[in-house]
Design a protein around this ligand. Structure first.
Ligand code: HEM
Ligand code: MTE
Ligand code: MO
Length: 434
């Protein structure tokens, strides 16, 4: 058998584009697949997501690769092997508050490591109606707390000072499991596009700070009624949530929603312990998170520790001094956070996932793909697409979506449009959801 040169993962990581050659690993083997990129049946852009690293995390999501002929084909490109002694443990890690964060999928587009913030790459976003857990965008403000599921207790503060303390198994067994397919979107989704118009502060999200999952858990309504609250409550009340993640001063992440939404059977608010049929991943709130369908992601508190009903909104920084909307004439020096309400329901949204901006498209038939969603459970009835910057429009067709009950359209819809394009033309593609 042949002797191959040895490489470290770092050396492999320097080969991420056709110019620098495209290397990938599988097991302990290193492959130069540059010449295969354009031939890849799944498309060059998808293969390139794995460039410079391991194939396994991607292939785990695309089972078509679990066939002998795929490995055979890969073998033709072998150029080396991984050094047996590479990647020693990092001794500095012990001091780091983020050292306990979970491992993440290398396909995520990272905008900040500590705290971890990352989005689904646009190329994979509309591939599936349900976003795979590993590729679902993550928006963390703080380190991921380590929660022992055995000793976990959810504290629910009932009326008259009564406190309910629920273990994970009590939450699972005492309340019927309810499942909801809902899209979560971060308020900052597509901020990088806004910044091209005028710079704005915050993480530079592209179009992937959004995702859809089938969430399973107890209805918040059932837990609140069990704790002694009623269907109606005179006056203004809010249900406040606290996460188990806390800043160095001990202040937890927190948010609140109006009481009426929390107890409404039609609002489908969950205390979720499942995501797409699996236990909630650590980045998404293990063991229990709130899911508030149709409402800005910030209110869906992860690593839920405490639920309380209060006459005031959550005192948390993220309820009071963030996640609010202002006029374009307001800036960071003049902003008065108390002057605006906290964002709850989000407006209608749609984005193009394919082709990517600036891409060269083959002449002939162009396929445009994307997602559309609205907050508040309002159904998207139509997506219009223009190839001439908005002068003329065509109607896209639905690729995937679920039939939703009236006012409970919590999930996005995926759409597509095919249109002829002549060679050598430049198209400005615009979409609009209604
Ligand atoms: C399909 C090879 C990387 C996504 C395929 C097929 C082959 C292949 C041979 C056709 C399988 C069949 O239908 O029998 C490779 C090789 C890769 C690679 C050698 C790396 C060197 C990736 C990556 C992704 C990906 C990183 C995703 C991020 C897909 C998809 C298909 C596919 C979605 C299905 C295409 C379709 O059915 O339309 N790949 N692949 N591949 N691959 Fe890959
Ligand atoms: N809950 C806690 N405890 N801590 C957080 O940092 N981030 C919020 C929300 N819940 C956050 C949280 C924000 S701003 C969003 S957009 C969603 O979680 C993101 O959920 P995801 O990371 O599961 O996609
Ligand atoms: Mo967010």
């Amino acid at each position: 058998s042949r002797r191959y040169p040895r490489y470290t993962r770092e050396e492999v990581g320097r080969h991420r584009s056709p110019q620098d050659r495209v290397w990938v690993t599988h097991g302990t083997d290193v492959f130069d697949v540059t010449d295969f990129v354009e031939l890849h049946p799944g498309g060059a852009e998808k293969l390139l997501l794995a460039a410079g690293g391991a194939l396994e995390p991607f292939w785990a999501l695309y089972a078509v690769h679990n066939q002998p002929h795929v490995l055979e084909l890969l073998r033709e490109f072998k150029v080396g092997e991984l050094s047996p002694d590479e990647a020693p443990p990092d001794p500095a890690a012990a001091q780091d508050p983020f050292a306990g964060d979970p491992p993440r999928h290398p396909g995520l587009r990272v905008s900040s490591r500590k705290p971890f913030n990352a989005e689904t790459p646009a190329e994979l976003l509309a591939e599936r109606f349900l976003t795979p857990n590993e590729l679902f965008f993550t928006r963390n403000h703080l380190p991921v707390p380590a929660v022992d599921p055995g000793s976990y207790r959810l504290r629910v503060e009932g009326p008259g000072g009564r406190v309910l303390s629920l273990s994970l198994s009590e939450l699972r067994s005492r309340f019927p499991k309810h499942e909801v397919t809902a899209t979560l979107q971060c308020a900052g989704n597509r901020r990088s596009e806004m910044s091209r118009v005028r710079p704005v502060k915050g993480l530079p999200w592209d179009i992937g700070a959004i995702g859809t999952a089938r969430w399973g858990g107890a209805r918040l309504r059932d837990v609140l009624l069990h704790a002694g609250f009623g269907e109606e409550r005179a006056g203004e009340w809010h249900v406040c949530f606290e996460g188990l993640d806390a800043d160095p001063g001990g202040a937890p992440y927190g948010a609140s929603i109006p009481y009426g939404r929390a107890v409404s059977p039609g609002a489908d608010v969950l205390l979720a312990y499942e995501m797409n049929g699996e236990e909630l991943p650590r980045d998404h709130g293990f063991p229990v998170r709130v899911v508030v369908p149709g409402v800005v992601g910030a209110r869906s508190v992860k690593w839920l520790g405490r639920v309380a009903v209060s006459a005031a909104e959550s005192p948390s920084h993220w309820q009071q001094n963030d996640y609010k909307g202002f006029s374009p004439c307001v800036d960071w020096d003049s902003v008065d956070y108390s002057a605006a309400p906290a964002i709850q329901e989000l407006p209608v949204q749609s984005a193009i996932t394919h082709p990517r901006p600036g891409a060269a498209v083959p002449p002939g038939e162009l396929t445009v793909k994307g997602y559309a969603w609205s907050g508040g459970g309002r159904d998207v009835v139509r997506v219009d697409v223009s190839l001439d910057g908005g002068r003329s429009w065509r109607v896209a067709r639905w690729v995937e979506g679920e039939r939703a009950a009236l006012g409970r359209a919590w999930a996005w819809k995926l759409w597509e449009l095919r249109a002829p394009v002549a060679a050598g033309t430049e198209v400005e593609i615009v979409c609009k959801a209604v």
